[in-house]
Design a protein around this ligand. Sequence first.
Ligand SMILES: *Cc1c(COP(=O)(O)O)cnc(C)c1O
Length: 333
Amino acid sequence: MSRLESLPRYPLAALPTPLEEAPRLSKELGIRVLVKRDDLTGFALGGNKARKLEFLLADALAQGADTLVTGGGAQSNHARMTAAAARKLGMEISIVFFGPRPPQVNGNLLLDDLMGAEMVYANTDDKVETDRVVERVTQELRERGRKPYLIPVGGSTVLGASSYILAVGELLEQLKEAKAQPDYVFISTGSCGTHAGILAGMKYYGAQIPVYGITVSRDKAQCGQRIRDLVARTSEFLDCPLPLAPEDIVVDDHYIGPGYAIPTPEGNAAIRKVAQLEGLFLDPVYTGKTMAGLMDLVRRGSVPRGSTVVFWHTGGVPGMFGFASSFMSQAKE
Ligand SMILES: *Cc1c(COP(=O)(O)O)cnc(C)c1O
């Protein structure tokens, strides 16, 4: 047994998540699309962060923490799920948001409010500056006698990435059962922990499926560096070789639009399309933009007709309700 299988884990997610065919979407695009339903991880309305939090929470418990601290955007799924995990374990939760206090409390922010999370607004868009506010909040909690456990934005630590190595193991079993040999796995790349974990998982299990990341915030170069660094650190942490070649890291930064958490017309159109074809909901910050990217790459022939693609649905749907106006302002198809 490797270090990975024996890592302490606090059960939060309903696993395995389903791997589903999307027949009408597949027909429309001329490829076979299989959807890995990590939007259905169950806990606190689901999403990819549940897998990461299982390992992060076990570590927090082992360190005797009584308070979790994390950061994110106002509609952060990660913040919502971290707050829920804190409450489930009887802990306090402090969230540091980038930017100012939004005029309306809805979507994930409403859920954070319902959970009585302490919410601090960093009043900056700068991620490094936000991290500094997170450090300050953590320090203040320590001074008040609390035992804070800091979870970086997105939970993209070696523990977070390790959870996605195991998720790849889960996927590979399901693919065997479905007799599917995918040409690509498509993933939304945010703080890069999920992408890094999936790549590491392909190495860990000796699978050859290319991982195509569509970034929704940082540019390609920054993502590449973060992924490389995180896979290297995870390899060291697990004491297990995860030899990544430079060409293994594929990040496409053409579908961000004006910026992180700013919906794009293409992303929102992809959400409508998938909702109407499959009764399946994507989100405007991550998976909608990623689906828009996949659709565009199919249209351009970069993903050839007849390909098999696993679309990793990482969740985020509760955030949709914070972006209703962006859908209303666009003409319906
Ligand atoms: C956080 C998140 C991602 C990105 O995962 P990272 O590990 O931060 O790259 C993708 N989709 C959704 C819905 C998320 O909440």
